[in-house]
Design a protein around this ligand. Structure first.
Ligand SMILES: [Zn+2]
Length: 424
């Protein structure tokens, strides 16, 4: 028995040393340079005690890395710019009303870990009740819980009765979501308020949505004037703005107002695509979750009207994704996780390739493009000196089969190993 305890203690020490390993290196059989698109062979990535990459270079005989990934393909940690880690796909429609905000924060703790372990070392969380997302981000940053780097929006801003309001209860409950703000000055004040309580960016609802009650995805909600006020106020305070916009007019109004990214982008037309290109606005198309909503939505408590709306929208969104990409618009990888189960974030890569992207372009959407949208190009999105040692590894070649990214075997965040499933 005592010998067993001793063996266990030795094992613990060894594991502890391997996990802590401050300032170390790893050896990659292949490594994808996302900027050039080149797949490099036999590379060593070194990083320092603060978790920053100090070099990426060909392995020389003696430079065998401390962590051996010589049979695997290494890529930069992935980025999802549209998540809701405090939401679950099981809490839809009226079921959602029974979930407290503290409970949502606990859900966020679980999902932060799941998301990181799926290879997403950075996320942008766009819309959470009562700043539950701020609490999760701060817990991750303090090292108390495991999770990706996070930019969070807090409550999403929207009009009374719109997609970002909560329209489930009748009048006598006098309930509205905390992000509701009507009119340019009220919207400016709301921007200031969410920043006061910890928002890294501003999320707004420009048009109607799928999972909300009593509105239509194609109809405008915020006016051009309101969005101009929001964009100006947010930019003045050093924050970017993400606009939920399915509708053709809302997409164009949002781009003209100076919004930084259009979320969903479902009914974008040629003029909208041209405007996005001209203004450098990022388009985010969440084209995986349509399948989940149609197949699982009813079981997951989604309202019948939501499933009907999705049925009308899903295919058009995918066709417009292809159009926008082929026209050369900037695309960032965002999935709307929380609508579908967290940890499945990589399932959108396959859809993007099915609808016309090359695997390399889909990977760029989730690395250099997403990092650019977040304003973090100097930190994440590629493996180079001075960036965080955020790195994942898979078996096989994601440039020939992008679905290998659904089976990430190794995840490192800032030089700390989060997952290592003994890559072959
Ligand atoms: Zn969303």
């Amino acid at each position: 028995m005592r010998r067993l305890v001793f063996a266990f203690a030795v094992w613990l020490l060894a594991v502890g040393a391997a996990l802590a390993a401050p300032g170390s290196s790893l050896r990659c059989g292949k490594l994808l340079d996302v900027r050039t698109g080149q797949m490099l062979s036999d590379q060593v990535v070194t990083f320092d005690d603060s978790g920053l990459i100090t070099s990426v270079a060909p392995a020389s005989g003696a430079s065998a890395g401390a962590i051996d990934l010589s049979h695997a393909t290494c890529l930069p940690g992935l980025v999802d710019v549209h998540t809701h880690i405090t939401s679950e796909p099981t809490n839809n429609g009226y079921a959602r009303l029974g979930v407290s905000v503290p409970r949502q924060a606990v859900t966020g703790v679980k999902n932060a870990r799941l998301t990181l372990h799926a290879g997403f070392t950075t996320i942008r969380d766009v819309g959470a009740s009562d700043f539950a997302d701020v609490a999760v981000r701060d817990g991750v940053n303090a090292g108390e819980i495991e999770g990706p780097r996070m930019q969070v929006s807090g409550p999403a801003l929207g009009i009374t009765g719109g997609h970002c309001d909560d329209n489930l209860l009748p009048y006598e409950y006098h309930y509205r979501s905390e992000g509701v703000a009507d009119g340019p000055w009220a919207a400016r004040a709301k921007v200031r308020e969410v920043i006061k309580y910890g928002a890294d960016l501003i999320k707004i609802c420009a048009s109607g949505g799928v999972l909300s009650k009593g509105d239509l995805p194609g109809t405008p909600q915020y006016t051009l004037e309101e969005m101009q006020a929001i964009a100006e106020e947010a930019h003045k305070l050093g924050r970017k703005v993400a606009a939920h916009a399915h509708g053709t007019q809302s997409i164009k109004d949002a781009i003209r107002a100076g919004i930084d990214s259009i979320e969903h982008s479902s009914l974008i037309d040629d003029e909208g695509i041209a405007l996005a290109k001209q203004r450098g606005t990022y388009l985010v198309f969440d084209i995986y979750n349509d399948d989940f909503i149609l197949q699982e939505g009813a079981k997951a408590g989604m309202l019948p009207e939501s499933i009907e709306k999705e049925r009308k929208l899903g295919r058009l969104q995918r066709e417009n994704f292809r159009k926008a990409f082929q026209a050369g618009a900037k695309i960032a990888y965002g999935t709307d996780s929380g609508v579908y189960p967290h940890g499945d974030n990589a399932k959108q890569f396959g859809k993007m390739v099915e609808w016309g992207m090359k695997p390399l372009d889909a990977i760029r959407a989730a690395t250099i493009n997403a990092a650019d949208l977040l304003g973090w190009s100097d930190k994440v999105g590629s493996l180079e000196k001075g960036h965080y040692a955020d790195l994942i590894a898979v078996d096989g070649d994601p440039l020939s089969d992008v679905k290998t990214l659904e089976r990430v075997k190794f995840v490192m965040r800032g030089g700390t190993v989060a997952r290592n499933d003994s890559v072959k």
